[in-house]
Design a protein around this ligand. Structure first.
Ligand code: FE2
Ligand code: FE2
Length: 189
């Protein structure tokens, strides 16, 4: 498998860990479990920085432009880009409700925050599944040459630097781990 394709598939594994946290957080908010607002803010940060800026950045700036004129992939990619916009809208609405919740200190925002977290979890499940199938198709068709693969990997490095470099990405992964180990994550409903 191309390294550039494998790289995005690996990101999806992390995206789905973020999805599991997001879904659990939503379920627990609906069940009136107390979750520190700071933890939900961290979820919002990893969504924005890891999923949206870093991962979607690599797809939008490198992988998709390189594959969109091959094997009739243009239509698939057009749909993926629309879905990225949908993801961004959900993330933005989540953040807005979260800020309101923090400022107001009342529980009225619990429902919309739970709702947008759930929507984002659904988005990740649906979107990464479709893209994984697309990546398999790219592989089957041998659509990316070795030179292109090299070039894409270099381009990914730029994308990483644009979001704060290796350290920042490592920090994001630590935050994901941190969230996975929170009490509210471990307790069954
Ligand atoms: Fe994507
Ligand atoms: Fe993706």
């Amino acid at each position: 498998m191309n390294r550039s394709t494998q790289n995005l598939k690996q990101d999806h594994v992390i995206a789905r860990r973020i999805r599991d946290i997001t879904q659990a957080c939503s379920d627990k908010l609906y069940a009136n479990v107390d979750i520190p607002l700071e933890d939900i803010e961290i979820i919002s940060v990893v969504i924005e920085e890891f999923v949206d800026k870093f991962h979607h950045g690599k797809e939008e700036q490198a992988y998709f432009p390189q594959t969109k004129y091959k094997n009739g992939f243009g239509e698939d990619i057009r749909k993926f880009l629309i879905e990225h916009e949908l993801g961004r809208r959900i993330a933005k609405m989540l953040l807005k409700e979260l800020k309101g919740w923090k400022k107001g200190g009342n529980n009225l925002r619990r429902e919309p925050v739970a709702r947008f977290l759930k929507s984002y979890a659904v988005f990740i499940t649906d979107h990464t599944e479709k893209e994984d199938n697309f990546f398999d198709l790219v592989e089957e068709n041998h659509s990316i040459s070795d030179e292109e693969d090299e070039m894409l990997m270099r381009h990914y490095e730029n994308c990483k630097n644009n979001v704060g470099g290796k350290e920042r990405i490592e920090q994001m992964l630590k935050l994901v781990e941190y969230l996975e180990n929170r009490e509210w994550m471990k307790n069954e409903l």
